[in-house]
Design a protein around this ligand. Structure first.
Ligand SMILES: [Zn+2]
Length: 164
């Protein structure tokens, strides 16, 4: 151990001094689940006016509804109080490109061949969002009573646009 995480561990000690979630049950208290991108410009709780404890957050590159995202939503809707699902890709996402382009960029940065790595890219973000929302709405283990919306988050204004 070379101290690479010292600053973060120090911050964590400060965090723990005022930690208020002891004994918390871990359900989504606002009944919300969010599928969104890993992008550091996105603060999923704050952008929706939520607090820790309010929502289940599932993130990946692009904010796609993958098999793992569906797994999370099945658990969320049946066991963790989720009643509303927001799928939220965003503007200027690095995943809105082609497989070839992203493979070329990673290969260059890595200094080695990355052509075997698959990335969850999209060329038409709105079409992909419609597809992703449909996957949630039609999943046999996600109740019809669950509200599912598709949104695009604008990283330059902080605003959400509801697409469907
Ligand atoms: Zn992104």
């Amino acid at each position: 151990m070379d101290g690479a995480f010292d600053d973060l561990l120090s911050a964590n000690k400060t965090f723990a001094e005022t930690f208020a979630l002891r004994g918390f049950d871990g359900v989504a208290h606002a009944g919300v689940a969010v599928v969104t991108c890993m992008d550091s410009r996105i603060d999923p709780l704050r952008m929706l006016g939520l607090q820790p404890g309010d929502a289940k957050i599932f993130r990946n590159p692009g904010g796609h509804v993958t098999e793992q995202a569906l797994e999370a939503l099945v658990l969320g809707t049946h066991l963790l109080n989720v009643e509303r699902v927001l799928v939220i890709p965003h503007t200027r996402c690095a995943m809105t490109t082609t497989q070839e382009e992203l493979r070329a960029r990673v290969s260059e940065a890595a200094g080695q061949d990355a052509s075997w790595q698959t990335f969850g890219v999209v060329t038409d973000q709105r079409a992909a969002l419609q597809d992703d929302v449909r996957k949630v709405r039609t999943h046999p283990l996600i109740p019809q009573s669950v509200q599912v919306g598709g949104f695009i988050y604008d990283v330059d204004t902080g605003l959400l646009e509801q697409v469907l």
